[in-house]
Design a protein around this ligand. Structure first.
Ligand code: NAP
Length: 256
């Protein structure tokens, strides 16, 4: 797959994985629609993307607002004629309160951003992709969506939903020229994981993780999970009986 001149709609671009992906892709000569709420950070990133050899447009918006996301996608489609790739990356980790205190508003916020924000993004780009008979939807989901995790009820539910949503969409669009890649990373050092006191198993440096995201997209993989030792453990955990899973995973404290 050639990256040069690909038009990419990237949500959650203002920090962490999104920011690092934007720079890495700009070096490959792509056109980027940069979506997030913090406009100043997007402006600064857009300048760095242009300096790195890409084209970038700032699209400050909240992914929970379907109308705003549509307007942002329409602006890119109007200027460049198409969107080749959606990278649905915007997300929050939530804090522990939604699990400990089961605050419905806090849970709803995590689901609205992580799951429904991605749904809004797909809705904004897919009709044009279907008309053209080509396009690529990429979900930045998580290993946390494979089974429930301690202190992570809202996050884990949002990522399980995201994985199921994109896999279901794939079944509906696979024969119409659309590829769907679901990426399930483990822990990566970004603002989302910063400030946690306990050790996160196999946590990756952002610079080591970015090539894995890019390779998964280039190869149009259906699923990509990493780092491999954690991905293997988590995938194996799918077949653990509940009593064994609860005993092993229930002791883990990586969210604190
Ligand atoms: N870091 C990890 O260990 C890890 C592991 C697995 C999966 N992930 C997933 O990777 C994605 C990126 O996370 P990250 O680690 O890079 O975290 P991050 O540095 O906190 O970045 C999150 C990004 O999402 C954007 N965002 C949040 N709420 C938004 C909203 N309502 N509308 C638009 N944009 C919004 C933020 O921008 P604004 O605040 O400016 O809007 C920011 O650009 C998330 O979906 C996360 O769940 C992360």
């Amino acid at each position: 797959m050639k990256w040069k001149d690909k038009v990419i709609f990237l949500t959650g671009a203002s920090s962490g994985i999104g920011e690092a992906l934007a720079i890495a892709l700009a070096k490959r000569g792509v056109v980027l629609g940069l979506v997030a709420r913090r406009e100043e950070m997007l402006r600064d990133l857009a300048a760095r993307c242009e300096a790195a050899g890409g084209k970038a447009r700032v699209l400050a918006c909240d992914v929970t607002d379907a109308g705003e996301v549509q307007k942002a996608a329409d602006a890119i489609q109007a200027e460049f004629g198409r969107i080749d790739i959606l990278i649905a990356n915007a997300g929050i980790g939530g804090n522990n309160s939604e699990t400990r205190e089961l605050e419905p508003d806090a849970v709803r916020n995590v689901i609205e951003i992580n799951l429904l924000g991605a749904v809004n993004s797909v809705h904004a780009v897919l009709p044009h992709m279907l008309e053209r008979g080509s396009g690529h939807l990429v979900a930045i989901s998580s290993l946390a969506g494979i089974r429930g995790l301690p202190r992570s009820a809202a996050y884990s539910a949002s990522k399980a939903g995201m994985t199921a949503f994109f896999e279901s969409v794939r079944l509906d669009v696979q024969s119409r020229g659309i590829d769907v890649t679901i990426i399930q990373p483990g822990f990566i050092k970004t603002p989302l994981t910063a400030g946690r006191e306990n050790k996160m198993p196999f946590i990756m440096e952002l610079d080591d993780a970015i090539p894995l995201f890019i390779r998964a997209i280039e190869r149009k993989k259906k699923f990509a999970a990493f780092p491999w030792p954690l991905a293997t453990f988590v995938r194996a955990g799918k077949i653990f009986p509940a009593w064994m899973y609860d005993r092993i995973v229930g002791r883990m404290r990586f969210r604190e």
